[in-house]
Write a protein that binds this ligand. Sequence first.
Ligand code: BES
Ligand code: MN
Ligand code: ZN
Length: 491
Amino acid sequence: MRISTTKISIAELKSENCFIFLFEDELTVSANQLDTQSKGFIKGLIDAKQASNKLGKVTPVYGHESLDIKALYLVGCGKKASFTENSLIKVMSAIATIIQEKEASSIDIALTDLELKDRTVHWLAQKSTETLLTSLYKYSSTKSKKPDAPNLESINYVADEDGLNLAIETGKGMAHGINVARELGNLPGNICTPTYVAEQAEKLAEANEDITTKVIDETKLEEMGMGCFMSVSKGSVQPGKLICIEYNGASEDQKPHVLVGKGITFDTGGISLKPGAQMDEMKFDMCGAASVVGTMNALAELKPSINVVGIIVAAENMPSGNATKPGDIVTSYSGKTVEILNTDAEGRLVLCDALTYAERYEPESVIDIATLTGAIIVALGHHPTAVYSNDSDLQQQILDAGTAAWDRGWPMPLWEDYSEEVDSPYADLQNLGNSGRAGGSISAAVFLSKFAEKFKWAHLDIAGTAWTNRKSGASGRPVAMLTQYLLDKAS
Ligand code: BES
Ligand code: MN
Ligand code: ZN
């Protein structure tokens, strides 16, 4: 995909498909210029109510003899003062829908006419690029009818500013990362197994010289003493994997930032079996891992000067004669013993061993990303990612990165008031909170915090944001938030 910018006025533009914006209360500069050039064609359309200014509505019109534009599209934007980040996303996805319908191969967008409070033109170019490219993604891997190769070859922004290249590249890199994460998330559990995830991580290393991947198999994990990870993985015939993806963008002596992704490629609940309704959606229980792969992919493209390690704990949570039973007690990699009261609280079990594993990197920061609890959906719904941390600066930096990338988080508490939640009468810890369903996402975070005492750590519960329903599929969140956080750290 070629993405460029031009500074010329829209009236001089030669275009196959040109998108201009239409606000309810004000005619944009581009609309005015085209109107003058065409002797009233645009205002005529508006006066005759042939073009809607409602947010996200697109009116296609043929070009006009006075214009070098073959097809012109008027994109409704609503009231100028109520145009927000969300509005930008709406109009850009509407444009993507038209691109697909019309099988357009080249488009121009009058970006120059959009304005957002507290956002630069660079940001508009970045987010527009990200939104267009993610809106064009469509899952098809397991359909027998393959879609035709996409027609779109070039996007051109008409903008007043030079030097939007970096912003465009950033948007592109993020979009590719997001789409990689969505594809992995959407694949079914029988294809996207722990072995498959490991293969994808290895492919990433083959394709990028800044990346190296190391995969540790069950024999080794058992030998190392990862009792919590193994307690989950041993119920399945699919072998579990611990996958380390290293991105080396800075000198060797720079301590890395570590991402830890929950990669349960299918979560049946184990012996504490889940009810059947919507169990298919538990193929998405590896979306934390997918966001790590997606973010590493974005780093490989954007090449920031920073070192990052992505650790993925990949396993399948199944009931079987080999599976862990409620009440079983295992020893974690840290040496702490854990009583497993519910085998469906498996995410914290695989993650706790990975957190201990992260210690060897002497990390600058550690962020785990996990579809950890249904309870966070009750608390926050599907809009923000829950952000927990043992360091208030780190928590704020992640929230800020989320706002900057418009992939937002919301702070959650880890007060000491909660610290006894996971005390067990039989082991050092238990994998369920003593308050039961009350504050279920918090007690899960408290459990993890006991394995993150040696570094600055944050935990993102993405159960509400990694996907919303089976039809909409994986969202690719929080790749943009994570990538932004790491880019901020590199600069
Ligand atoms: N993967 C689930 C969490 C989940 C549930 C994510 C629904 C998205 C939608 C996790 O492994 C789980 O089963 N958590 C339990 C924990 C409980 C047993 C303490 C839950 O949330 O019910
Ligand atoms: Mn579970
Ligand atoms: Zn799970």
